[in-house]
Every structure is written in structure tokens, then in C-alpha cells.
Write a protein that binds this ligand. Sequence first.
Ligand code: FE
Length: 353
Amino acid sequence: MENIRTISFYSPMKATYPMKSRLLLTLAALLACNLSALAEEVVVYSARNEQLIKPLFDAYTKESGVQVKFITGGEGPLMERLKAEGQNTPADILLTVDAGNLWQAAQQELLRPITSKTLQDNVPAHLRDPGNTWFGLSVRARTLVYNTTKLKPSDLSSYEDLADPKWKGRLCLRTSKKVYNQSLVAMMITEHGEPQAEAIVKGWVSNLATAPFPDDTKAMEAVANRQCDVTVVNTYYFGRLMEKTPKLPLAIYWPNQNLSGKDAGVHVNVSGAGVTRHAKNPAGAQKLIEWLSSDKAQNLYADSNLEYPVNPRVKPDAQVAAWGTFKPNLINVKDAGSLQAQAVKLMDRAGYK
Ligand code: FE
């Protein structure tokens, strides 16, 4: 979707116009030129799709008068494009999902650090870059979903417990190729150290009922079809599936709630944004990211994808709130990026396809 365009004003003036009309036309043209110069614009490269971001940007334009132009695409191609364009890029903001991707963007020097009291106040410290190049804007929880005709909540406890031989042939997982699972395993390396994290992943692999699935929804459908008892997914996929087929015997379970160490809490990740290194309008870009973290924009941002607001003062959507509250894991999500390569190798050694 490419809708970056330049607007030029052209006013043909014919010599046959009377003097007064000509003067009026000239004034109108001058006014138009000035207005066009004044209309500030921010350009966003977004890995979040148009349907999720357009209502937000429209609301921002309505409130601020600032035009927001955007291109949507996969995070890989967008980052490649930013890199290739270098200082000629029109992009002021990169908006994408998963801290693993945001970390990669910072690592490739595609983002610039910014100082913002607003973002420090609105975004909890573990959900933003300690180097201030990117900031989480919505929270996604990667949790357990189980078949309610096969399990009781008391049968479940933690991600780590799913490595126990008692789950043999009862676990379904999404492929390790997806960044979500790479991030999950990266965080487990921080929590447990590499050897123990590897033992856990090996345990998961030996408990699989079937080969890993290409997406979270297919893994949940296998649980609903009794092919396995439990899986690990992002809650918004659960929300979408249950909206479509509310009778499925599936429920959410919040793991690791009774722990107090580094492994305490549900694994969370973010969608987020940063100001590009070569932004033409860095001040405008920062203002837009700050606005996205504000109370009034947060529901619009999170609810449209059944995610959680990142701003702790904002309540989630009613459908999301109905899943109950949970204690999140508090390790900085940047580890999802810094340990990603290690996690990929670990999953490969563990035979997690
Ligand atoms: Fe997703």
C-alpha cells in the first residue's frame, strides 16, 4: 500500500482575466501554498496492517491537524527498505510487532534514541528499550490454551511443566520458525540459563502430539479437536477464534502465577514503534508515538487487535478483560532480541521444527 504522495498547487492565470480577478487568484494560490507548507506530515512504515492503524492515524489527524502517511508491509521487507533507503528514506517512524523485531531494528541502527518523559511515564520500563530507541505500545500475552473437556485448570501450572513426561503426546505447538516462539525461548534463556532452557524445550518436543503447526489458530483447533490437550498461543488469536466459533471447548490458563523468581509471570511481548534514524520530522514522529501511548489512544490501539494496553492506567477491552487478570513476567522484552540467535540455535539442537 503506497500512498505517499506530494501535492503541488498549480493555478493557471490567463491574461484575459480582469485585474481584480487575477489579484484574487494570486492571493488564493499564495494562501494554498502557505497552507500546504504548514500542513505537517509524519510518514510511518508499519508492519501492523492498515485496518488496525488507519483509524488511529485518522483520529490523530483530526485532533492535531498533522497528516499521517503510511506504508504497510512485512517487518523484514520494511526494515530492508529502511536500510536500503538510508538517509533518503521518507519514513519518520517504524512500527512493528515483537520486541525481537524492534531490537533487530535498533541493532541495525535504523532507529534513533529519543528522550521523552511522556513515554517513560506511559510505558512500563520492561516494555521499552533501555536505550530509548523503541517503545511498546500494546502488550500481547503468550499463554496456555487448553481443552476444557480434557483438563481442569488445576492440571496446569507453568510453561516449564509442559516438559514433564506426564504430558507425553498431549502437547501441540506452533513452529519454532515464528518470532513469537523464538522470543519465548529467548526469555526462558534469561530465566533459566541456556542448559536448563534447552532441557525444557527438549521436553516439549518429546511431548508433542503431532508436528508443529504453522500458526497459533491451527494449534488451538488441534486442541479443540482433541488431537492434544494444551498449547501455547497469543491471547488475541484465542479471542478471534472464539468470536468466530464460541462453542469450542477451549479456555485460557495463566501459567507461572505462583512463582517468585525470574520465571514468574505470563510471557508478554509488545507491538511498538521508534523514530527512524534518518527521520525528516523527528519531532512530529515523537509526538505521534507519545500520543499513541496516551490514555485516549491506547484503547483504540490495543482493542482493535484484542491486545492489552501498554499504559497501566488504561483498562483493556471488555472481551479481553473477561479472560481475567494475570501477573506478567517482568524481564525486559529486549532479551527477546538480544538472545534470539541463541534461542534459534537452541530450538534447532532440541529438534523443535
Ligand atoms: Fe500475531
